[in-house]
Design a protein around this ligand. Structure first.
Ligand code: ADP
Ligand code: X2W
Length: 297
């Protein structure tokens, strides 16, 4: 057999092995959170868009929720605006929320839409404001001082928590050719615009839709232990312990908290995985090699 024929045979075998997985997810909703740290590399971006296009072609209902923390950071620096994080969330004043909306619902959102469209599918870029999809309220967060153990209320400005999700638009799109790509910006009933952590936003969408899978693509292989080794499976109570003892910190806190909430709301499978590995979405959904950290009840 020539090398070309052998390769073709291998490809066919791989495709055929994917069939039971494709059948498992047919007509199921899969929410993929595409983190700002996982973006940036053109080839990886294309591979991600191709995975999403392939999911739609396979009869899955993929919904992309994206972040863009590092990209917001760069724009704020260019504008001479200082940025501060508390408990993994960006303290957001009026000027900052304007930049956040510009970067998330503007440039990044359209970049992802264009990548998916370039793969021959129809992506549509949205944020919580479109079709009254999501309403937010001012986030109420407290933080414990590690030395004194005293709880302190955080004022994060225009950081929001999603409190209402209307599925009308997303249900309509699920029955169409369109793939929704959603930026985590939403209005409040008070008339303000809120900046919502993309992980929290993805969790709210997955919960409201009763998604089968919620995947978080980030820049690390999953949740790492104290020795920086990948934890394959994490129970809700183990995850809470790792947050309390500081093993899980920064941007991993809202991610893991969202995983816990999503599981408690009935999302079947929640996984944190490396978005810097090409085709990580396909690897996770359509092969026997699950990637990353699976959070279990
Ligand atoms: N225990 C941990 N395991 C893995 N990553 C962790 C952990 N604790 C903190 N992190 C940090 O969380 C980051 C991922 O969160 P974040 O920066 O918000 O990414 P994203 O933009 O993908 O949402 C990692 O790059 C890492 O620096
Ligand atoms: C409140 C809050 O922190 N909002 C985030 C929204 C973007 C985001 O979450 O992006 P990643 O997924 O890339 O981290 C921010 O301003 O950075």
């Amino acid at each position: 057999m020539t090398e070309m024929a052998a390769n073709a045979e291998m490809q066919a075998a791989l495709l055929s092995r994917a069939l039971p997985y494709m059948q498992r997810y047919e007509n199921k909703t899969v929410v993929v959170k595409y983190g700002g740290h996982a973006m940036g590399d053109t080839e990886l971006g294309r591979a991600f868009a191709r995975d999403i296009a392939l999911l739609k072609q396979s009869g899955v209902n993929p919904i992309v929720v994206h972040g863009g923390g590092p990209q917001i950071g760069s724009m704020l620096t260019r504008m001479g605006i200082e940025s501060k994080f508390e408990g993994g969330l960006r303290v957001t004043d009026q000027k900052t929320v304007e930049i956040v909306e510009m970067v998330l619902a503007g440039s990044i959102n359209k970049e992802i839409v264009a990548l998916i469209n370039a793969e021959g599918e129809w992506a549509i870029g949205l944020c919580g404001k479109d079709g009254n999809m999501v309403f937010a309220q001012k986030a109420r967060k407290t933080i414990k001082d590690p030395d004194s153990n005293i709880e302190r209320v955080l004022d994060l400005g225009f950081v929001g928590e999603p409190v209402e999700v209307d599925r009308t638009l997303l249900d309509l799109l699920a029955r169409s050719e369109m793939i929704p790509v959603i930026a985590p910006v939403a209005p409040g009933r008070d008339g303000h615009t809120y900046n919502i952590n993309a992980d929290t936003f993805a969790g709210a969408i997955a919960g409201a839709l009763g998604a089968s899978r919620l995947l978080f693509l980030t820049d690390v292989p999953g949740v790492l232990d104290k020795d920086k080794k990948l934890i394959d499976e994490l129970t809700v109570s183990q995850a809470r312990k790792l947050i309390a003892d500081g093993t899980i910190s920064g941007g991993m806190i809202p991610k893991v908290e969202t995983c816990i909430e999503a599981i408690e709301r009935g999302v079947e499978g929640v996984v944190i995985l490396n978005g810097k590995t090409a085709h990580s979405v396909l690897l996770e959904l359509f092969t026997e090699h699950g990637a990353g950290t699976l959070i279990v009840p």
